[in-house]
Design a protein around this ligand. Structure first.
Ligand SMILES: *[C@@H]1O[C@H](CO)[C@@H](O)[C@H](O)[C@H]1NC(C)=O
Length: 176
C-alpha cells in the first residue's frame, strides 16, 4: 500500500528509459515548486484514488546532488504527507528511490516550464509504471497536456485514461 500511495501520490514512471537525453546541458534545474498536472499509468488507477487532490510539490537540493521531494495529497479522505529522497545516479536524467526500488527519469516537456517525470516501480509485489506532467504554474496547458498524452502513448501507458488531480494550496479534508 505504501508503494501504491507513494506512486499515485507522486506518480511517475520510467517509461522512456530507452530514450536518453541527447545533451546533458539540456538538463535544467528541477528544484523549486511544481504543480502535478496529470498522471498516466500502465495500470488501472483505483477509483478512490482518482479523487486525489495535491498540494504543490517542493523539490529541494540536498548536499551531494540528491533531491528532497515533499508534498501532501488528499487520498481516500486523508491528508498524507509524501516525502522522499531522489538519489542521483551517474546519469543526469535518472534518479532512484529506496536504493533502486523505484527509478525516475526526468524529461523536459515540449512546452516551456513543464517536465515529464517517468516513474517505474520495481517492487516485486507491485510493479507498475507511471508518468506525471509537472508545471511551474497550476493552470492546465492544453499543449503540454497533448504532449504528455503523446509521450504516454509512446511509452505504452494508458493515454486514454489520464488523471488530472485537483490543485489545492493546502491539504484540507473534504467537508471541512
Ligand atoms: C520534507 O520532509 C522531510 C520529512 O518529513 C522534512 O525533514 C523536510 O524538512 C521537508 N523539507 C521541506 C523542504 O519541506
Amino acid at each position: 500500500m505504501k508503494a501504491l500511495l507513494l506512486s499515485f501520490g507522486f506518480g511517475l514512471v520510467a517509461v522512456l528509459q530507452a530514450q536518453e537525453f541527447p545533451d546533458t546541458e539540456e538538463i535544467q534545474d528541477v528544484t523549486g515548486t511544481w504543480y502535478i498536472k496529470a498522471t498516466a499509468s500502465d495500470k488501472e488507477i483505483p477509483e478512490e484514488l482518482e479523487s486525489v487532490s495535491v498540494t504543490p510539490m517542493t523539490i529541494t537540493a540536498l548536499e551531494g546532488g540528491n533531491l528532497q521531494v515533499n508534498f501532501t495529497a488528499l487520498i481516500v479522505d486523508r491528508c498524507r504527507e509524501v516525502s522522499f529522497v531522489l538519489e542521483k545516479t551517474d546519469k543526469p536524467d535518472k534518479y532512484t528511490v529506496d536504493g533502486g526500488t523505484h527509478v525516475l527519469y526526468v524529461m523536459p516537456s515540449a512546452v516551456k516550464d513543464h517536465y515529464i517525470f517517468n516513474w517505474e516501480s520495481k517492487n516485486h509485489a507491485f510493479q507498475f509504471r507511471l508518468a506525471k506532467l509537472l508545471g511551474r504554474d497550476p493552470d492546465i496547458n492544453q499543449e503540454a497536456l497533448e504532449d504528455f498524452r503523446n509521450a504516454a502513448r509512446v511509452a505504452g501507458l494508458n493515454a486514454e485514461k489520464i488523471f488530472i488531480p485537483k490543485q489545492s494550496e493546502t491539504c484540507s479534508l473534504r467537508g471541512n
